[in-house]
Design a protein around this ligand. Structure first.
Ligand SMILES: [Fe+2]
Ligand SMILES: [Fe+2]
Length: 309
């Protein structure tokens, strides 16, 4: 029996404006998280179609049950991210084009790539989430707490459920494809695709969201882009348009912990990786306890703890 719980969340994104820079203390992280919201919608749509296609090929009832709970969690994430992005589109209407582009890229993946490839895509990408989200959740005090509580609570919920279903995509991949070698061979093209989508979103942020509200060059999270911009400062013919300052989302996090996350990403792609044994963020445990206690997790930092008991 699967341990996954499907939780329906509604955040108050329609009630008042959704700021692009939702954490004023870290505009680079705000922009990165916004890009993740766009990516999540396209990726999770692909997952829903993929599981529908995969179900008839899953023979073990326990795996079928895992796949069903997994896809229903992803469906809930997607719905919530759509509401977040709808709020951004209300403020910056051309971001509708960005959403269409990102979804279009994943629809293309669905129509052009084999089921095996999409299962590997999901397993590979989801395997990186636990180490990456641990880094973020361990530093929620600076990354999330100072921000708009709707956006912060959306990401915290999504990330802890990604930790909760960290083994699902791999279990499903193993039951249908079951080849670590295939998963490893596909990894470079999979991560190129992920980064390309994030880049599409960030390039559009630079175009469609005024610098006064964006506060940073959204593309600055890419090392190649940073190098090109720096080079252009020296060599006039190579100069790129100035889209603003280039701080990075994790500049203030301890380097040691960033390296731990990085090694976790590498480890997650190796043969025999079992996410069950990952070190988990303490916040995930607290979140599940508070959820079970009836705490309003849609307002993680502003709900009154005492009221919810
Ligand atoms: Fe998700
Ligand atoms: Fe997921």
């Amino acid at each position: 029996m699967t341990d996954l719980h499907v939780r329906k969340m509604r955040f108050a994104f329609a009630d008042y404006d959704v700021p692009f820079t939702w954490n004023e203390e870290n505009p680079a992280f705000s922009s990165m998280a916004n890009a993740v919201s766009f990516l999540a919608i396209g990726f999770e749509k692909m997952i829903v179609n993929m599981i529908r296609e995969a179900m008839p090929r899953i023979t073990e009832p326990a795996v079928a049950e895992e796949a069903d709970a997994f896809v229903r969690q992803e469906g809930q994430h997607s719905t919530a991210h759509r509401q977040h992005v709808a709020g951004l589109i209300r403020a910056y209407p051309r971001l509708r084009e960005t959403l269409d582009k990102v979804i279009g890229e994943f629809d293309l993946l669905t129509s052009e790539k084999s089921l095996e490839y999409r299962l590997a895509y999901t397993a590979d990408l989801e395997a990186t989430f636990t180490p990456v989200f641990k880094l973020m959740l361990d530093h929620d005090a600076t990354l999330f707490a100072p921000g708009d509580d709707r956006v912060a609570s959306l990401f915290i919920w999504h990330f802890v459920e990604e930790v909760e279903h960290r083994s699902s995509a791999l279990i499903i991949f193993d039951s249908i494809v079951g080849s670590d070698l295939y998963r490893m061979r596909m990894a470079p093209s999979i991560f190129r695709h992920v980064l390309r989508i994030i880049r599409i979103a960030c390039a559009d942020f630079n175009e469609f969201v005024p610098l006064e509200e964006r506060k940073v060059d959204a593309l600055a999270m890419f090392a190649t882009y940073r190098r090109r911009r720096r080079l252009g400062e020296w060599l006039r013919p190579l100069r790129l348009p100035d889209h603003g300052p280039m701080p990075r989302a994790f500049d203030d996090l301890p380097l040691r912990e960033q390296l731990v996350a990085l090694s976790g990403i590498v480890r997650s792609q190796l043969p025999g990786h079992n996410p069950t044994h990952e070190t988990l963020p303490a916040l995930a445990d607290l979140w599940f306890r508070r959820y079970d206690d009836g705490y309003d997790v849609t307002q993680w930092y502003t709900a009154d703890l005492a009221d919810s008991k």
